[in-house]
Write a protein that binds this ligand. Structure first.
Ligand code: NDP
Length: 503
């Protein structure tokens, strides 16, 4: 909602760019210095951006207490903590050993034999050997080094009730990290120090290390929080608190672990894995098929989009409210990179001759991706930049790609009674959640490019469809309460939700 000093009669002077400091060359500084530097004397938070998770944006310290169990409580989260890793191994076995078909017990096979068969595959291709531990943790440490050494921008999070509404500083340099990662990966490959094809060759083992790390770390963080007494909003259930996390803002120096895990790990690993499969294909066949090239493009677009918009993640619900437990940690370290990549795995395990689509089909899927990406990028930009315009904090950035219609000149909007604003022009005029629709279409295109021989490349779009539907529903409920009649007027002016003129 709105946090203002007007109630105290101290109307602050307007700060031109209170949240944002570009630092091209960054000297070493302490966390305290950084925090002070970006905090303007008259910092006022007038409107705070979105979270989309069914709670109001600014919460009081009394509300910032554990209230109810989500995800089916301790039993539900226990099932997820056991089930997710097993599902990931199972899907990997199906794509690696059964041409992407879901393997089930054979007629003459007992359940025990079936499980032993799966276990044999695990030992064969997914045993977490020492080299894989080195790769995963070497990558993690490398990204951490980039985080603290490359230039970037400083911004601030939302006010935290338990810290007297202090707004933590966040350092964002994912764009630099992303391209440095690509250059270093290329150099390591060309020099033979670390052929990038290792990622696809050792996919199973690397995935296992990520899964095991993603399982162990939340427990360690829980005990660390207990020892250092840095727990926050605890439920009292051990397993539930491990799942949801115990620490709200885990940091090592300037590295905010939640930011680190949300952008750098999942999307860079996914992108590098796909590049790895492209290089492997080139080495084997002398060319890269249009389908594999498509996935390289698709995963680059997504990783790049997350990187160039990193500073916008700072004010999301995940950063502001969610703690750092199994849910965020495991999903970003293991879930996203190793389940969203089944399109890549399917193509990597098939000869190009097995998936030869007509040129028209390929062109269609390419257009689908690029068109969906364009709307995805510009819709998110339009709203974020509109809100920044409203706060007077809009700073033009040149991160590639800058697309036409990312910023709406003279936007129309509803000035709400609660002090907020709702954009009614740009893509929002055509559909209020069109960015969800096109994000889903992107995920669907990742599957479509692989054809229809295997259901596994469609795991991500199916899963994502459920995530986005649930997310949209909860967001709308929250906004209805938050904006009341203004929301009705918004729905009247922008009548379509997902598909313009249809739905
Ligand atoms: P939105 O960008 O739709 O944010 C919703 C919030 O925006 C609302 O709660 C409201 O917050 C504000 N808002 C809604 N309508 C308007 C309007 N007309 N004008 C101004 N503000 C408005 O959703 P998300 O943050 O969930 O998603 C952002 C993007 O991230 C999407 O493209 C989504 O597809 C993607 N995403 C991707 C995921 C992945 O795993 N790949 C996971 C989740 C999301 P308020 O008014 O309170 O500020």
């Amino acid at each position: 909602m709105v946090t203002t000093r007007s109630a105290t009669g101290k109307t602050p002077k307007k700060v031109t760019h209170p949240d944002f400091i570009e630092t091209v060359q960054r000297r070493k500084r302490t966390k305290r210095e950084s925090s002070e530097e970006i905090k303007p004397a008259n910092a006022e938070i007038t409107v705070v951006p979105t979270n989309g998770k069914g709670k109001d944006t600014v919460i009081t310290s009394t509300e910032d207490k554990h209230a109810e169990f989500d995800f089916g409580g301790p039993i539900g989260v226990s099932c997820m903590m056991v089930g997710f890793p097993l599902l990931m191994w199972y899907l990997w076995i199906c794509t690696t050993y059964y041409q992407g078909h879901l393997t089930v017990p054979a007629n003459n096979e007992t359940m025990q034999d079936f499980l032993l068969r799966l276990y044999g595959h695990f030992l064969d291709g997914a045993f977490p050997d020492l080299k894989s531990w080195r790769i995963v943790w070497g990558f993690l440490i490398f990204e951490a080094i980039l985080y603290v050494t490359l230039p970037g921008v400083w911004t601030r999070g939302l006010p935290l009730p338990h810290l007297n509404n202090e707004r933590l500083p966040y350092f964002c340099n994912a764009v630099w990290s992303f391209y440095t990662t690509i250059i270093v990966a290329a150099v390591l490959h060309i020099t033979g120090i670390f052929p990038i094809t290792t990622l696809i060759d050792k996919f199973g083992s690397i995935m296992s290390v990520s899964i095991i790390s993603g399982l162990i770390l939340p427990f360690l963080l829980y005990f660390y929080a207990h020892i250092t007494k840095s727990q926050h909003r605890m439920s009292g259930s051990f397993v539930y608190d491990v799942f949801m996390g115990a620490i709200l803002n885990p940091r090592i120096g300037i590295i905010d672990l939640k930011m680190f895990y949300e952008v750098r790990l999942p999307w860079y690993i996914l992108f590098l894995t796909t590049v790895s499969s492209a290089v492997r294909q080139y080495e084997r066949y002398g060319y890269v098929s249009p389908q594999v090239a498509f996935l390289v493009l698709a995963h680059w677009l997504y990783a790049n989009a997350c990187s160039k918009g990193e500073e916008l993640i700072v004010t999301t619900w995940d950063m502001f409210y969610e703690k750092f437990g199994f849910m965020l940690l495991f999903w970003n370290m293991a879930g996203v990179p190793f389940t969203y990549c089944h399109c890549t795995l399917f193509l990597a395990n098939s000869a190009p001759s097995e998936y030869q689509w007509s040129i028209y089909y390929n062109v269609f899927v390419y257009f689908l991706l690029i068109g969906a990406y364009y709307i995805f990028d510009t819709t998110n930009s339009q709203k974020n930049r509109f809100r920044q315009q409203m706060y007077g904090t809009l700073i033009p950035r040149n991160a590639f790609p800058q697309l036409p219609w990312q910023t709406i000149k003279n936007p129309t909007y509803i000035k709400c009674k609660n002090g907020g604003t709702l954009l009614t022009s740009g893509w929002y005029k055509y559909a209020r959640k069109i960015h969800y629709t096109v994000d889903f279409i992107q995920s669907l295109s990742w599957g479509l490019i692989t054809g229809f021989a295997s259901p596994l490349p469609y795991f991500y779009p199916l899963f994502f469809f459920c995530v986005l539907s649930h997310r949209a529903y909860r967001d709308i409920q929250r906004c209805k309460i938050k904006y009341g009649d203004d929301w009705k007027e918004y729905e009247r002016q922008c009548p379509y939700l997902f598909i313009p003129f249809v739905f």
